[in-house]
Design a protein around this ligand. Structure first.
Ligand code: COA
Length: 334
């Protein structure tokens, strides 16, 4: 059943670094080959932020500047910014604070959300709730991650998967029958040891040993995550269809987190959705963690029509996962 909803996406922006890390580049770094990577993951290349003076906040800032340019909204009109990231510039201090300064968002309050690959989905629902509540008129939600900062480029199990990028959406109130309708979210901390960065937080602060043991990089049990991701995304998409009295063929577009083409394909298949309605850009960007879904919205926005039924779905570290149902509205144009 449709809940009272009045928050809609009115703008989209994105940023990916120019530098491309291709499968053939990776062949020179670890024992792998492009054919294996493409057939097991669907990834052909990813973007990497190579300039050491830049970080996640810079990518988030450029995504916001693109969004503001596309919508012709002035930076001082923004009430609030939520940045979903698990690669903040600093451990103490939100990346969102830095972004407010760099993007001249002088009237906004800002905070980060860390739910790994599900971060954008969670933050989007939080941002929409602020607008639905009536107190805020223009909220920006960003998914941004510089995964290259936490990847061990000697570990072929993980280094082939991840890339850097940022995507942003503007959320505003609407009186039309479009916008965010419903979300089904799940969190299960029992999954925490299958995908995480072991050191650098309060449980295991940085020491010479933690650095030598490469504990500041992503560690993952790929097979467990693979299965849990398919089941988690399929289950929450099914739950949201049921709760909103929808048939899968009522859905115009499924926008899944881009972690592995085989995961994306399996979720679409289990749901019974034709492949052409499932959006995929993993071949070009790899897994950009919280940025995958907003980067899909950015890449494919011209395909979406007013009133299209869209499901966003994600799975990530935590474990955290979920699905969000929305009706596409009208984007502000420059
Ligand atoms: N190149 C070549 N061979 C590789 C390789 C690489 N980059 N990485 C692993 N292999 C090898 C393994 O060592 C293994 O060899 P073995 O059988 O001799 O032990 C073999 O390929 C198969 O490994 P397996 O782990 O079963 O491969 P897979 O088909 O499950 O694919 C992942 C591995 C990581 C691509 C896959 O498990 C995955 O995508 N998991 C989810 C990752 C993810 O989405 N994480 C983000 C959070 S959502």
């Amino acid at each position: 059943m449709r809940l009272k909803s009045s928050a809609v996406i009115t703008g989209v922006g994105g940023y990916v670094p120019d530098n491309i890390l291709s499968n053939s580049d990776l062949e020179k770094m670890v024992e792998t080959n492009s054919e294996w990577i493409v057939s097991r993951t669907g990834i052909r290349e990813r973007r990497i932020l190579t300039d050491k003076s830049l970080a996640t906040s810079d990518m988030a800032t450029w995504a916001i500047k693109d969004l503001l340019n596309n919508t012709k909204v002035s930076p001082d009109e923004i009430d609030c910014v939520i940045i979903a990231t698990s690669t903040p510039d600093h451990l103490l201090l939100s990346t969102a604070s830095i972004v407010c300064d760099k993007a001249d968002l002088t009237h906004a309050w800002a905070t980060d959300v860390n739910a790994a690959c599900s971060g954008f989905l969670y933050a989007f629902t939080m941002g929409a709730s602020l607008v639905e509540g009536g107190r805020y008129k223009k909220v920006i939600v960003v998914g941004a991650d510089q995964n290259s900062a936490i990847i061990n480029y000697k570990d072929r199990n993980t280094c082939i998967l991840f890339g850097d990028g940022a995507g942003a959406v503007l959320i505003e109130p609407t009186t039309d029958d479009v916008g965010l309708i419903d979300s089904v979210f799940k969190t299960d901390g029992k999954g925490r040891e299958h995908l995480y960065v072991p050191a650098g937080g309060s449980k295991c602060p940085a020491t010479p040993e933690s650095v030598a043991d490469r504990k500041h990089f992503i560690q993952q049990d790929g097979r467990i995550v693979f299965k849990a991701a398919i089941n988690g995304m399929t289950d929450t998409c099914t739950a949201i269809l049921k709760r909103n009295d929808l048939d899968i063929l009522d859905i115009d577009w499924l926008i899944p987190h881009q972690a592995n083409y085989r995961i994306i394909h399996a979720v679409g298949d289990h749901l019974g959705l034709p492949a052409e309605r499932v959006k995929v850009n993993i071949d070009r960007y790899g897994n950009t963690t919280a940025a995958t879904i907003p980067l899909c919205l950015w890449d494919f926005k011209d395909d979406f029509k007013y009133n299209d039924n869209i499901i966003l779905t994600a799975f990530g570290a935590g474990f955290s996962w979920g699905a969000t149902y929305l009706k596409w509205g009208k984007l502000r144009t420059a």
